[in-house]
Design a protein around this ligand. Structure first.
Ligand SMILES: *Cc1c(COP(=O)(O)O)cnc(C)c1O
Length: 556
């Protein structure tokens, strides 16, 4: 028989006894990754260095060439392979302006590492006590921030802002039709959100079996916020047809324009409608995944301005906050920490005003033979859609401690300041560009350009353009999308194909395309704005030149 030398498989695990050799070995591997990433960094562009051509047959080749190795590969070599994955990867330098895709902060990453070192299962405190403790703490912290009673509120970390919208809907169904859990959803339940809402609710009505035909889209105003008058009309129409409004998603910070629905009005109107028809009020979920973080200004004194923000920055923050201060009126809401909370994916927090609502969805002890409902353990999340759960609350906890209220205030104010500077530079340097979310201060600017160089946004939203005209303007902006997209390794801009749904002369609605600048990197500063706008200007100029050329050819 041949002698077989197998490696010590225990070496692939952290030590059992805390011996320093094992720790140092692990530190070396971590250092190899950190150093490897540092070597790839390039602050003059967006992507990490390294060669990678992800076009053509790239994914097909991966399928053909991927196989599990028979023998163990040494960790140094595995790390080398991991680092190759990162080649040419987008990185959050000052030129990263594309969307809500933030950098993971050091405290966010350390929180993850702490969680991984014990790898507890957040399903049950007997298996994951650290996660349970951190989850209870961050729910209390965020509840106090927005003005929920922390002794009554509840929640859990979940799969994204989308998971939070879904969780809210599950509760709404359980509130209005408790028997639905056994018998399936009745056919008369309706959900509402604005035209500008995230597609999370669309997916959720599909997945819960309510059906997307029962998702009612409420019109938006030109500031991308919900037209609450239209909400009232649409709820009354549904009720008149025998339907029951069970769920309203109020988007408090739309992902494109940062429009903020007026929660106070939505709360008042939905109470009125409920009283008028003798129904319980629909469950209101504030989709504050992105915008909720401006609640960090809840106690900021804008008059004495202790952090010394510039007047226009303080004014913008005050305007945003004046719409966020009603968050506590929502029955549930979300903080997507992986967005403005500066933690890694996935770290979304679903918050609920009344923790008691969770009982509506909890599993019966008979259904959970392995966990919970024992004499030991006090925290069992049988109400979440997930069974096993990562303890992402530990990362959230870490970030909340490390940033503190002031750290978040400072960072958000910086984003807002850069965005204001960008808008100003855009107006003076690229007069053809028209800002189309002017009413929404914040960290996002949307703008359109028009073939004749004039400003036509007001005309477009007034309903006096034909579908064809808007389509032509959209196509013109799409040329800019493409040209900016091709140079995204230099400066990474965003875009959207659904800014506002506007009425056309032909009596249909059509979406507006818009270019997007999203201030999200802590490294983007006001002093970088001129260079960014200069780059943008050169590409906008090329779009007009191409257009002029094409028109000359077509006139020949
Ligand atoms: C990002 C976002 C979502 C989706 O969140 P995920 O974390 O990507 O699932 C939903 N709603 C709003 C308003 C968002 O900004």
């Amino acid at each position: 028989m041949k002698e077989r030398r197998l490696p010590n498989i225990q070496k692939l695990f952290p030590s059992e006894d805390g011996n320093p050799q094992s720790r140092q070995m692990m530190m070396r591997f971590i250092e190899q990754i950190l150093t490897g990433v540092d070597v790839l960094k390039n602050p003059d562009g967006v992507n990490l260095k390294g060669e990678k051509n992800r076009t053509g047959n790239f994914y097909n080749n991966l399928i053909q060439n991927s196989e599990i190795p028979t023998a163990s590969i040494p960790l140094e070599e595995v790390n080398t392979e991991l680092l190759k994955l990162l080649h040419d990867h987008p990185y959050h330098t000052k030129y990263f302006l594309t969307n809500i895709l933030p950098m993971a902060s050091i405290p966010g990453i350390l929180g993850m590492i702490a969680a991984f070192m014990v790898n507890g299962n957040n399903l049950w405190d007997v298996y994951g006590p650290a996660g349970a403790e951190a989850e209870v703490r961050v729910i209390s912290m965020m509840s106090k921030l927005i003005g929920y009673d922390p002794m009554k509120s509840g929640g859990y970390t979940t799969w994204g802002g989308q998971g939070a919208v879904f969780s809210g809907l599950r509760i709404a169904i359980a509130k209005f039709a408790p028997e639905a859990l056994q018998k399936g959803v009745p056919g008369n339940l309706y959900a509402f959100c604005s035209d500008a809402a995230h597609y999370s609710l669309f997916k959720s009505v599909e997945a819960t079996g309510i059906g997307s035909d029962k998702l009612i889209r409420v019109r938006t105003k030109s500031d991308s916020s919900m037209d609450v008058g239209d909400l009232k009309i649409k709820m009354e129409e549904v009720i008149a047809r025998g339907g029951i409004p069970i769920y309203i998603v109020a988007t408090t910070g739309t992902t494109d324009a940062m429009g903020i629905d007026d929660l106070e009005q939505i709360y008042t109107i939905s109470n009125q409608v409920a009283a008028q028809f003798g129904l319980p009020r629909a469950h209101i979920h504030a989709d504050s995944a992105l915008g909720g973080f401006f609640a960090f200004f809840q106690d900021y004194d804008f008059f004495s301005n202790p952090l010394g923000f510039k007047d226009e920055v303080a004014e913008a923050l005050r305007a945003i906050h004046s719409r966020m201060r009603h968050l506590h009126l929502a029955d549930s809401l979300c903080f997507d920490f992986q967005k403005l909370g500066q933690t890694p994916y996935l770290t979304s927090l679903f918050l609920l005003k009344e923790a008691a609502d969770l009982k509506l969805m909890d599993l019966h002890p008979d259904e959970t033979p392995y966990v919970g409902h024992r004499g030991y353990g006090q925290y069992h999340t049988g109400y979440t859609l997930e069974c096993s759960r990562m303890a992402s609350s530990i990362s959230i906890y870490s970030a909340l401690l490390a940033f503190g209220v002031q750290g978040y205030q400072q960072l958000l104010a910086q984003f807002v300041e850069v965005n204001l500077a960008f808008r100003e530079a855009l107006r003076s340097e690229i007069p053809q560009a028209e800002i189309v979310n002017e009413d929404n201060p914040g960290i996002i600017t949307l703008f359109r350009i028009y073939p004749d160089g004039s400003h036509r946004f007001q005309e477009e939203i007034s309903g006096s353009c034909t579908y064809k005209e808007i389509e032509r303007n959209n196509k013109f902006n799409e040329v800019l999308f493409e040209m900016l997209g091709n140079q995204r390794d230099r400066i990474f801009f965003g875009d959207t194909k659904k800014h506002l749904l506007v009425p056309t002369k032909d009596e249909s609605y059509t979406p507006l395309y818009a270019n997007k600048v999203f201030i999200i990197s802590p490294y983007t500063q006001v002093e970088h704005v001129p260079e960014i706008v200069e780059h943008l200007k050169s590409i906008v100029t090329q779009v007009y030149e191409k257009y002029a050329e094409a028109s000359t050819i077509s006139r020949r």
